[in-house]
Design a protein around this ligand. Structure first.
Ligand code: AGP
Length: 612
């Protein structure tokens, strides 16, 4: 949800800012802008509606904005439609203070009224213009330093923000402030940088400084100085990020989504090594001890979107292997109810970015209510990772495509390991069974590689259905959970309306939507309920549906019923989501490509949803 960058150093800022924004474009891409502060103390701003490429062209690759200190922004609109005027940077009328912002100022109307009374006027519909003019107001009223003015504004602003600011009177300096939206800093040989996430600065440094809530920063002469709300200097220690810079590049693939689909075996192997030790599970990397797990009586899994879908799979696996209740909740729902959870509940928050606003709020609420929290997070040092009692990292590396693939797969692995460890600690399985289950999950990467070896049939099938208006993905149990993720992939990247349904529910209403030729995909990896779902498929066929079936090779008889069958290798059924999701990811990808859509940056979406 909006990407922010800042650079001050010895080189021309604009090209560096544009390169940084390129790595953050997945966070928002409806408009972009730059502000560069020259050594003489003049700030020049250029903005453009549309993709970053439009801004690049308008600024001639940054050449039209000379200066060695600047800030940049790529936007996902909240207040005000995408337009040049609503794009960031926003600025005070005399261009004395200029800012880029990620987040939402909730009391912007109240602040705007105050500023209007004090003679300010507004050009844009954005809450950001209110924020920058509020800082300008305090700056001019009290003749203080930028940090004084920022702190006064922070006290008044409600909502979430990461802000980067330039002050005309302070050449060579960038100021920053943050609450609930991500913002990091880094430094290297006479230069200092800031960004919404580490990928934008990895080229320069791997030592990342995470600005805390209600804290501010000054970037000057290659140095970083951090401040609390009183304006006192504070120390922030860097976190070392091991991600490979190349991991955030396309590396020969046409799209990040395809690259990331193919990176799944590696992401899973890397994640496995963090949660296994030899033949057994080992969660010590997250300081999750057996003693702690012994006391867990219920699990509450919280997440959004695909992270929630991982939770759905995990709920089946944990309940089946461990025999304790698992409750599941969308973070956006959890945070606005009074969940009644028994003592002994472990709240598990799943998030790739570690910055999703609703998931972060849910984590905080769970902690406030005294529950123990465990985060499953991909981005090291992110807010959720820092605030949870325990963190088990997924090792998927940077995920750039808006539609998640490898992070989803890595999250599943951590959930499997948690389920197996819990089952073992609670005596629900013996050590031999633990070893068997571990060897099953160790087989996942090789099996995914096999699926990826031949994707041409799926490509062909996707091109056949590129004009579909609707489709249904049905299944039971874990197959239903896989269908949820499959359906989301279709929707988000191919814009085809897709419904996931518990196969048995179809005839309680939804089946009336079927028309001649409607595509129904049945996922059938679970023994015992295969026949049941197949019967539901036949019911759909009788009403004109075109059937695709996804199952294991021992069910080749499926071809008597469906028109198109896809097989995934056999595995212990608890873990079949890890395999069955892959053909569905490929199908979403190929549908999108056949329709000529922007696979990596689907319309209206952003990678990190840092507003609620
Ligand atoms: C899935 O493809 C989406 N990008 C989205 O549903 C995502 O999983 C969700 O926004 C949660 O993000 P998080 O894992 O970073 O918290």
């Amino acid at each position: 949800m909006c990407g922010i960058v800042g650079y001050t150093g010895h080189e021309e800022a604009a090209p560096i800012l544009l390169a940084g924004l390129k790595t953050l474009e997945y966070r928002g891409y409806d408009s972009a802008g730059l502000a560069v502060l020259s050594d003489e103390g003049e700030i020049n701003v250029m903005r453009a509606k549309g993709r970053l490429a439009v801004l690049e062209e308008r600024t001639e690759g940054g050449k039209l904005l000379p200066g060695k200190c600047g800030i940049g922004h790529t936007r996902w609109a909240t207040h005000g439609e995408p337009s040049d005027e609503n794009a960031h940077p926003q600025f005070s009328d005399d261009l004395a203070v200029v800012a880029v912002h990620n987040g939402i100022i909730e009391n912007y109307q109240e602040l705007k009224d105050k500023l209007l009374k004090n003679g300010y006027s507004f050009r844009s519909e954005t809450d950001t213009e209110v924020a920058v003019k509020l800082v300008d107001y305090y700056y001019k009223k009290y003749y203080g330093t930028p940090i004084d003015a920022i702190n006064k504004a922070m006290v008044r602003i409600r909502g979430s923000y990461s802000l980067a600011l330039l002050f005309k009177d302070y050449p060579g300096e960038i100021y920053a402030a943050r609450k609930d939206s991500p913002l990091i800093c880094g430094k290297c040989e006479g230069a200092a940088l800031l960004a919404s996430d580490p990928t934008a600065v990895l080229k320069y440094t791997r030592d990342i400084y995470y600005i805390g809530d209600l804290q501010a920063a000054r970037l000057k002469d290659g140095e970083l100085t951090f401040y609390d709300l009183n304006g006192d200097e504070i120390q922030i220690d860097p976190v070392r990020i091991d991600w490979d810079v190349k991991a955030a590049e396309k590396g020969g693939y046409e799209h990040f989504m395809m690259k990331e689909i193919h990176e799944q075996p590696k992401a899973i192997r890397d994640t496995l090594s963090s949660v296994l030790s030899g033949d057994l599970t080992d969660l010590s990397s997250g300081e999750v001890s057996d003693d702690m797990l012994k006391d867990v009586e219920q699990i509450s899994i919280i997440g959004c979107g695909s992270a929630y879908h991982v939770g759905v799979v995990a709920s089946y696996v944990i309940e089946d292997l461990v025999g304790i209740p698992v409750r599941l909740e969308f973070a956006s729902e959890f945070r606005y109810r009074r969940p009644v959870l028994p003592k002994g509940t472990l709240c598990v928050i799943i998030s790739q970015s570690g910055e999703t606003a609703d998931s972060l709020a849910a984590l905080r609420m769970a902690k406030e209510q005294g529950y123990r929290t465990l985060a499953i997070v991909n981005v090291v040092g992110s807010s959720i990772a820092r605030e949870a009692d325990h963190v088990l990292y997924t090792h998927a590396g940077p995920e750039i495509a808006v539609a998640t693939t490898k992070a989803y797969s890595a999250q599943l692995i951590v959930c499997y390991a948690l389920a197996i460890r819990l089952a073992s600690v609670k005596g629900a399985i013996d050590q031999d069974e633990e070893k068997r289950l571990v060897s099953e999950i160790r087989s996942i990467p090789d099996k995914i590689e096999k699926i990826l070896e031949d994707d041409r049939r799926i490509q062909w099938f996707a091109s056949k259905f590129a004009n579909a208006q609707d489709m249904f993905v049905i299944g039971r149990g874990i197959d239903y959970a896989i269908g949820m993720e499959a359906s989301l992939k279709m929707k988000e990247v191919s814009y085809i309306h897709s419904e996931s349904y518990a196969a048995g529910e179809l005839k309680h209403g939804t089946i009336s939507l079927l028309e001649e030729g409607t595509l129904v995909i049945g996922i059938m990896t679970q023994p015992g309920i295969y026949e049941k779902t197949l019967s539901n498929m036949v019911e759909c066929k009788s009403r004109g549906a075109y059937l695709m079936g996804l199952t294991t090779p021992d069910h080749a008889d499926i071809e008597d019923t469906v028109s198109f069958a896809v097989y995934v290798p056999e595995i212990d059924p608890h873990f079949s989501a890890s395999l069955a999701v892959v053909p569905m990811q490929l199908m979403g990808y190929y549908l999108s490509v056949s329709k000529g859509l922007d696979v990596d940056k689907p319309r209206n979406l952003a990678k990190s949803v840092t507003v609620e």
